[in-house]
Design a protein around this ligand. Sequence first.
Ligand SMILES: [Zn+2]
Length: 230
Amino acid sequence: MTFCTYCGKPKPKTVDHIPPACLFPSPRPSNLITVPCCLDCNKGASKDDEYFRMMLVMRRDVTHPAIPKLLDAVHRGLGKPRKRGMLHGLLRNMRSVSVKTPAGLYMGRVEAYDVDLVRLGRVTDRIVKGLFFKEFDMPLPSTHGVQSFAESGLTKIDSDMRLAVGTTVEALMSRSPRVIGEGVFEYWVQATPDDPATTAWLMRFYHIESFLCLTAPNSAKPSATELIGV
Ligand SMILES: [Zn+2]
């Protein structure tokens, strides 16, 4: 019996790519991860994925060789008549803003127009849940939630938390990453010995933007150092 990676419903009919397939230029790598996914959870996800991609590849400091091909796709998408208004808005209003999602996704300073952080957080949540399924062969229990920090947002958090995050990231990166698509996506993972569903993840996209993500009981306020026992 299989279950949906995201909601736990039995016998899901589709699969979901982790991370989203649109982050990779074609030809897409052969080792893309797929996880079982029900139709409801799959619905609408690809629009969020494209949005997530646009926010990453339009950064000026990103130099990964995959970017030029992906930018073509992003610009083609923006050139469609129904999206032209969005492009004009982007160009006119592109500015540095400090942002943080209600769900706890810290994005720091991003150059953006009307960044939909809830939407970005939905994508990082889904990637973590997908990777959890892949690594541990079960969905993340509903008793646990995901919390994500974007590396570029770390200047916005207090110094104790920043230290904890730094220590966690260092410990995670002392092992080798799993790499998909020549560095388009890399991740590191560690679970705690006493609760296998309490885990720390580092995900890196295009060698440039990293997210530290934690899964922990919904009742707990996760502390990055406690999580990996350092
Ligand atoms: Zn589902």
